[in-house]
Design a protein around this ligand. Structure first.
Ligand code: ADP
Ligand code: MG
Length: 341
């Protein structure tokens, strides 16, 4: 039986495609890697109908990408940002509704309307720059998901003339939930999707064993700080090592603290969330990264949602919430601190 480790982080993504049924006792497998939502995605299904399942999953991803893209002139989000009011699809309406809930639950740490700040730092164009303090204070008055109003008949309105939204922090998690459902509906009972390193699993591996998902070491992306053994879970990471620029010896990354409109300096380099829901995992990976270790732990303790966290600090220390005690196997030189309720 082939051993596959699905790694979090683009640098480590396993890229493969095609169909295989290597030996008579090895089950059929079908896998494809595509580029969508600005990232590489690998979809794998096992057993009868695996090829149809992966093809259905790809159609679903392309459908959602066309709705959520900030650049595609026909997308719901593009129309909303440009016209400040738009009638959108059920998926966009529902995801914006969830994003507003997460904004409230995370005390503003997850803010899909932080986009004007993301743009000001040049993360959208690659023309990176450091905005002045006064520019950041001015931006602060135009961000905030309270500017998104959900109306009748799927109509969405932005109440600030400079407000813009970007679903980048939640779209891949939302998509992975839908994609796994699409695959399950075709009859698949074993599969794994990695949407830009955001992993969601269906069932267990075909030999009955658990999926092993690697957590990337932010200080050396070719290495793992450990692995998580799981079934039927989403595992999603937000890291300051994933998208950044360096200027005058300072690193600026793509996760913005809505309080300051600047890259979050929370003492963390990576936050991985394990949850039954890809959407929850994606939203909370970004939000807990902004919160930091202490606030993030308190948030986990008080949240009514079910999820667990792997924190990696700037110093390379690893903290895990107690639900992962058995699932997480650290690298030899790492001793994780267990966070209790
Ligand atoms: P990635 O999409 O790189 O996997 P995340 O899920 O953490 O990582 O989302 C980060 C993206 O979301 C950024 O590229 C930016 O477009 C947007 N973003 C940045 N900060 C926030 C925030 N505090 N809340 C919501 N979205 C954010
Ligand atoms: Mg996220």
């Amino acid at each position: 039986m082939k051993f596959k480790l699905f790694c979090l982080g683009l640098g480590l993504m396993v890229l493969f495609g095609g169909c295989s049924s290597a030996s008579s006792n090895s089950p059929e497998e079908y896998s494809q890697t595509i580029f969508a939502m600005d990232t590489a995605m690998t979809l794998t299904a096992y057993g009868e109908g695996c090829e149809a399942a992966v093809n259905a999953a790809i159609s679903e991803i392309n459908r959602l990408d066309a709705l959520f893209s900030v650049n595609n002139e026909n997308s719901d989000i593009y129309r909303l940002n440009n016209e400040k009011s738009a009638q959108v699809s059920d998926d966009t309406y529902s995801l914006l509704g969830s994003a507003i809930d997460f904004y409230e639950k995370t005390y503003g740490a997850l803010d899909v309307a932080v986009y004007p700040a993301v743009k000001a730092w040049g993360f959208t164009t690659g023309e990176h720059r450091v905005p002045s303090d006064s520019e950041l204070s001015e931006l602060k008055t135009h961000i905030g998901a309270e500017n998104i109003i959900l109306g009748e008949n799927n109509t969405v309105t932005l109440t600030d003339s400079l407000a813009e939204v970007d679903l980048g922090s939640v779209a891949k998690g939302y998509a992975s939930d839908l994609v796994c459902n699409v695959m399950k509906n075709t009859g698949i009972t074993s599969g794994i999707v990695s949407l830009g390193g955001n992993v969601e699993t269906i069932g267990v591996k075909t030999d009955g064993s658990l999926w092993k998902i690697g957590v990337t070491d932010p200080s050396d992306e070719s290495s793992l700080i450990g692995t998580l053994s799981l079934e039927n879970k989403a595992v999603i990471t937000s890291g300051s090592y994933q998208r950044y620029f360096d200027l005058d010896g300072v690193r600026y990354h793509h996760i913005i603290d809505p309080e300051t409109c600047a890259p979050a300096r929370s003492g963390l380099t990576s936050v991985t969330i394990v949850s039954d829901s890809g959407l929850t995992a994606d939203a909370y990976s970004t939000a807990v990264f902004v919160m930091g270790l202490e606030k993030g732990s308190d948030f986990w303790r008080s949240s009514s949602d079910s999820f667990d966290i792997v924190f990696i600090t700037d110093e390379g220390e690893v903290y895990i919430t107690e639900g992962l005690k058995n699932a997480f196997v650290p690298r030899d030189d790492i001793e994780p601190v267990i966070i209790e309720r």
